[in-house]
Design a protein around this ligand. Structure first.
Ligand SMILES: Nc1ncnc2c1ncn2[C@@H]1O[C@H](COP(=O)(O)OP(=O)(O)OP(=O)(O)O)[C@@H](O)[C@H]1O
Ligand SMILES: [Mg+2]
Length: 254
């Protein structure tokens, strides 16, 4: 059974891309076949996998604009075991406007991914916005994984996030569930971090993953080498945490 998960939070810099890259790599190492879909014009998950996004013939932009191209033409292999990717680049930033007059523009990705049933997991990286790209991701997904940074304003914007998910659920994708809320960049030496964890648990109850991602400089360094944390430093705290998250997700989906 294929499971499509989008990693979504309209707030910037909360750990979406870091989670997409390293969770996907961890699932791949556990022999799951994974397709990453980069839906962010910044293309950070593409470069995080070492993809030279500006020299490729095709990318996710074609999926939205050029619907005669088979999706297999948009899929590239990564250096991570069992992980493929549909990359993105800045061309995607025009999509928001180009789709304004297109019917069913919220369901383009969902339709395209119908031909990708051979994967165990499809993991989507959303841009930090509530626009048409995020809506496409939410519409095409079985569930949404919400990273929340453990910092003072952690819950700021969360009600809008939940409202967006509920709206999509009502109109475009009735089966959409919350896969889990992931606390990221946790600093155990900081009392505030502990308070934020309590606050997030109070708000999201049993939806919060048991796994917490620590702040770990190795996670921040790995993307500049185009490597997942497992290729860059498999013994780091960050690698251990993302391996644990993959295990938790596989267990929850048994
Ligand atoms: N656990 C962590 N420890 C240390 N640094 C981290 C951690 N997670 C993410 N970072 C760093 O924090 C920054 C933001 O992370 P990331 O790019 O994953 O967030 P994002 O939500 O995808 O951002 P955007 O909204 O811009 O797409 C990056 O520089 C990343 O390397
Ligand atoms: Mg990102």
């Amino acid at each position: 059974m294929m499971k499509a998960i989008c990693v979504f939070n309209q707030k910037g810099g909360v750990g979406k891309t870091t989670t997409v890259v390293n969770l996907s790599a961890a699932l791949g190492l556990k022999k799951k076949k994974v397709l990453v879909v980069d839906l962010d014009p910044q293309g950070n998950s593409s470069s995080g996998f070492g993809i030279d996004k500006n020299t490729l013939e095709h990318n996710v932009y074609d999926l939205f604009i050029n619907d005669t191209l088979p999706i297999s033409e948009l899929i590239y292999k990564t250096e991570s075991k069992n992980v493929d990717i549909i990359p993105s680049n800045t061309a995607l930033s025009g999509v928001e406007v180009e789709l304004i007059n297109i019917a069913d523009r919220e369901s383009i990705l969902k339709k395209a991914l119908r031909d990708c049933k051979d994967y165990d997991y499809i993991i989507m990286d959303c841009p930090p916005s509530l626009g048409i790209l995020s809506i496409n991701a939410l519409t095409a997904s079985d569930s949404v994984l919400i990273p929340i940074q453990s910092e003072y304003y952690a819950l700021e914007g969360v009600s809008q996030l939940v409202e967006t998910i509920n709206l999509v659920k009502k109109s475009l994708n009735k089966k959409l569930e919350v896969e889990g809320v992931l606390i990221s960049m946790f600093d155990g030496r900081n009392n505030l971090s502990l308070e934020v964890v309590e606050e997030v648990k109070k708000y999201f109850k049993n939806k919060v993953f048991k796994t917490i991602i620590p702040r770990n400089v190795r996670l921040a360094e790995a993307p500049s080498y185009g490597e997942s944390i497992f290729d860059y430093d498999e013994k780091s705290k960050g690698a251990i945490a993302y391996e644990k998250l993959a295990k938790e997700i596989i267990k929850n989906n048994k």
